[in-house]
Design a protein around this ligand. Structure first.
Ligand SMILES: Nc1nc2c(ncn2[C@@H]2O[C@H](COP(=O)(O)OP(=O)(O)OP(=O)(O)O)[C@@H](O)[C@H]2O)c(=O)[nH]1
Ligand SMILES: [Mg+2]
Length: 210
């Protein structure tokens, strides 16, 4: 499917457990990662918008799932049949988040994943650091559920070429699976945007064929 990446709008925000909007069969791609890893920045870059997804000054603040859609029907503002949904999942692993908020995060994300909506999950991992235990838990979950995923290594602009090579080598040992798709990404320079868009388009095409 060819996606019009330049027409995205916020579709809905859901923070109040247990609300998750009904799924209407359009393809959906979810973005997950620890708090501050750059999810909202990546989504904005992908959708060619400056501040569609809120980039937080205070990490760990947003315990909501924000849904975006790429393109509406002009007449009544329902998502167009060619449109896909993008789900910005709440960031995890922020130490200062209150316990009640963490529980709500867990419930919301778990409920979302259990609803089996995402045809693809983009797992964001900070290029500079080894994956956290929570990152690995997400990857194992995707594997176990057979949910297709791709890893986006964020903030690539912050690494020198040599460091990049070192981190890529280290990741091979740190991520306990073979044949993982990895895209190096920077919301600062736009590196990785064409690759990620192409990956999503191909994966949505596969999703439509099943
Ligand atoms: N240099 C650089 N900074 C980035 C990049 N992506 C995000 N940032 C910065 O990292 C911080 C967090 O970015 P967000 O996009 O809000 O991260 P998030 O994962 O959505 O965070 P939560 O919503 O709190 O879970 C912001 O200060 C961004 O400007 C990047 O590719 N390069
Ligand atoms: Mg965010």
């Amino acid at each position: 499917m060819i996606i019009n990446w330049n027409k995205a709008e916020l579709f809905a925000s859901y923070g109040q457990f247990p609300q998750i909007p009904p799924h209407d069969g359009r393809a959906e791609v979810a973005f997950s990662g620890r708090s501050n890893v750059g999810k909202s920045s990546l989504i904005n870059k992908l959708l060619n918008r400056k501040s569609l997804a809120r980039v937080s000054q205070k990490p760990g603040k947003t315990v909501t799932i924000n849904f975006f859609t790429t393109g509406w029907l002009k007449s009544d503002r329902t998502p167009s049949p060619q449109g896909i949904y993008i789900a910005d999942l709440p960031g995890y692993g922020y130490a200062k988040t209150a316990k009640s908020e963490k529980e709500r995060f867990g419930e919301l994300t778990e409920r979302y994943l259990n609803a089996d909506r995402a045809g693809l999950l983009v797992q964001l991992i900070d290029f500079r650091h080894p994956p956290t235990e929570d990152d690995l838990m997400m990857l194992r979950f995707m594997k176990q559920r057979e949910i297709p995923f791709v890893i986006a290594l964020t903030k690539a602009d912050k690494l020198k070429k040599k460091q990049r090579g070192e981190r890529r080598t280290a990741l091979n040992a740190e991520i306990p699976f073979d044949d993982i798709d990895i895209i190096e990404f920077s919301a600062e320079t736009g590196e990785g945007v064409p690759e990620l868009r192409k990956f999503i388009e191909e994966s949505v095409t596969k999703y439509e064929q099943t």
